[in-house]
Ligand binder design. Structure first.
Ligand SMILES: C[S@@+](CC[C@H](N)C(=O)[O-])C[C@H]1O[C@@H](n2cnc3c(N)ncnc32)[C@H](O)[C@@H]1O
Length: 240
């Protein structure tokens, strides 16, 4: 099942508001790691899967890439991106990544930030990404951490202690989350399944990280301390 929840007007407005006003998770915890892992950007052919409002693309465009393509299932997200990034250098495709023909042996760098938990057939996508990369090319992605997607109930307070409950971890598959709206569809996979599927696709695993806020970040944003209690994000960098 492919759900295009970001085109729902209420979801879209709430998500945009979150991203424009709370720079916590993406800007302070996730993006610094992804940027550190990217090797050669100058002249690179880059694909961003689930590019959203384009924050990651805006960064890539400052690095003199060869060609840059952003793919996203949501027309609303891409229309908003176009208001924010006017570069002629950027090609956008409004498509589910499941239906998008990834050009073979073409990309030096394929990125995907916080999108792959929406994809049901991740295994098949890994195969297509592998074929889309040139030899030596990198695939770097972040995904909601499996300890978060296992149950999707969010934080609970038990006897005065805030906890993140984990259950059904080994039961992989569809989840329904209440995030801005009821019934947001995501897919849970064990960490080992994600890693083994990458290996089966042919990738070399270069780096795995479960990023949390640094001490410097925590000084400025003490509210992010809860992410020390469980990893919010999984980041993996692989190469062909
Ligand atoms: C959490 S947002 C992340 C946006 C952006 N990558 C970022 O980190 O700022 C997830 C994005 O993935 C897109 N998306 C969800 N399912 C998709 C699919 N099957 N194919 C392509 N894009 C998808 C959504 O429309 C949304 O823009």
């Amino acid at each position: 099942m492919k759900q295009n929840i970001y085109d729902h007007p209420v979801f879209f407005e709430k998500y945009k508001d979150l991203r424009d006003n709370d720079k916590g998770l993406n800007e302070l915890i996730e993006q610094p790691v992804i940027r550190k892992l990217i090797k050669n950007q100058a002249g690179a052919n880059v694909l961003d899967i689930g590019c959203g409002l384009g924050q990651q693309l805006a960064y890539i465009l400052t690095k003199s890439p060869g060609s840059v393509i952003g793919v996203d299932i949501s027309r609303k997200m891409l229309d908003e991106l176009r208001k924010r990034i006017t570069s002629d250098h950027l090609e956008l495709a409004c498509s589910a990544i499941e239906d998008y023909a990834i050009k073979e042996n073409h990309f030096n760098l394929i990125l995907s930030s916080m999108t792959l938990h929406y994809v049901q057939d991740l295994n098949g996508l890994f195969d297509r990404i592998y074929r889309g990369l040139k030899n030596g090319g990198q695939f770097i992605f972040s995904i909601e951490h499996p300890v978060c997607t296992a149950l999707m109930k969010g934080w609970v307070t038990t006897e005065g202690t805030k906890l993140w409950p984990v259950a059904h971890y080994a039961i992989e598959g569809i989840r329904h989350q209440n995030w801005f709206l009821e019934g947001v569809v995501k897919y849970h996979r064990k960490l080992s399944t994600i890693v083994m599927d990458l290996i089966a696709a042919g990738f070399h695993i270069d780096h795995i990280e479960e990023p949390v806020p640094t001490a410097t970040v925590l000084t400025a944003r003490p509210d992010l301390e809860q992410h020390l209690d469980r990893p919010p994000i999984l980041i993996i960098a692989v190469s062909k």
